[in-house]
Design a binder for this molecule. Structure first.
Ligand code: 11C
Length: 342
């Protein structure tokens, strides 16, 4: 069966990657609709031998659409996903709009693909920093159980969109030329205070919640429990923006529920789907954002038993935030839907 597919947010950083992956993976497409805001409509995007004009997304755009991939912001998802569902479209949503809705499965295929069939028209794609962490933790969870997770992130500017990439590059040039950074976008474009990102580390991603954590940190905490299907996992997170363009890195301390052998841990991670073990300190081999950029996998290394707690491990997890963290996870879900339907 061939599918009528829509990409909502087709001109954005994630939308662009979704279109590229649909093409490269030869997704079984009959018609591809590229949708965007009114502002970005009109541009023409090449897809295989077709030239597709981007149209402004409207409720009627979803007539006859089988699968729609949304990455145009939470407000667009909230407005248009109910319209699309009404028209029989299965929606895969990259925003946070539906993630914590109890009716909506939150899916990382390597972790909980079994939840996919429970959808009521929308399947949510988790936050990028959560996806790569749960993908790496899953084999450990299955074998030993997980008591707690302490994560600190080192997140790329592309997570905040194309404007944030430009901001980081512009500031770097300005500073090297002896000028002021003049920050305008980060940490949060809608907040009045801005900080320099070039040559810096900003411990704020998204706005603050009234408990002292940021929304990004709360996403890591809440989404991890939902995806793993285990509310008892204690998670705490500190999310930091660093001047890297593509690829989120994470330092993760995980306390397991039972004893483990390091050799077995290495083997479990090496054998896990979508995970590549890069762990050879003698040769200085460990995951690097520069090498993970452009790849679909999640890379894990710096594996070591904790010195104070013999049931705890320290590790370093890196993945391309626009690919496994967003576009690839969404296209993987679409591929599962297509396989089920065929
Ligand atoms: C960032 N993780 O790096 C964010 C971007 O909920 O999908 C993705 C936000 C989300 O800024």
């Amino acid at each position: 069966k061939l599918f009528n597919v829509a990409v909502v947010g087709a001109t954005g950083a994630v939308g662009e990657q979704i279109i590229r992956l649909l093409n490269e993976r030869n997704f079984p497409i009959n018609e591809l609709k590229l949708l965007s805001s009114e502002r970005s409509a009109g541009s023409v995007i090449k897809f295989k031998d077709r030239e597709i004009t981007v149209q402004a997304a409207k409720p009627e755009s979803f007539e006859g659409v089988d699968i729609a991939l949304f990455s145009a912001g939470g407000d667009v998802s909230k407005l248009l996903i109910p319209e699309a569902i009404q028209r029989g479209t299965v929606c895969i949503d990259n925003t946070s709009a539906y993630r914590m809705d109890p009716e909506t499965p939150l899916v990382v295929p390597e972790v909980n693909i079994d939840k996919i069939n429970e959808h009521k028209g929308v399947i949510a794609n988790p936050n990028c920093s959560t996806i790569q962490m749960v993908a790496a933790l899953k084999p450990l969870y299955d074998r030993y159980g997980i008591k707690s997770v302490i994560v600190s992130t080192y997140q790329a500017v592309s997570g905040a969109g194309a404007k944030a990439i430009n901001e980081m590059l512009r500031q770097s040039k300005e500073i090297l030329a002896g000028n002021e950074a003049n920050p305008q976008i980060l940490p949060v474009s809608s907040l009045p205070v801005k900080h320099q990102i070039a040559f810096n580390a900003i411990p704020q991603i998204d706005k603050f919640v009234d408990n002292g954590f940021t929304y990004e940190e709360m996403k890591m905490i809440n989404e991890t429990k939902k995806i793993m299907g285990d509310e008892s996992i204690e998670v705490t997170a500190t999310c930091v923006r660093i001047p890297v363009v593509y690829g989120h890195s994470e330092s993760v301390y995980v306390e397991l529920k039972s004893d483990f052998e390091m050799e077995e841990v290495r083997q479990l991670i090496a054998d896990a789907p979508g995970i590549v073990l890069q762990d050879n300190t003698a040769e200085q081999v460990y995951p690097l954002a520069t090498e993970a950029a452009g790849k679909l996998d999640t890379f894990v290394g710096r594996l070591r038993r904790d010195l104070n707690n013999p049931r705890a491990l320290n590790m370093w997890i890196v993945s391309d935030n626009l690919l496994k963290g967003a576009a690839w996870n969404a296209v993987q879900i679409a591929e599962y839907i297509a396989i089920e339907a065929n």
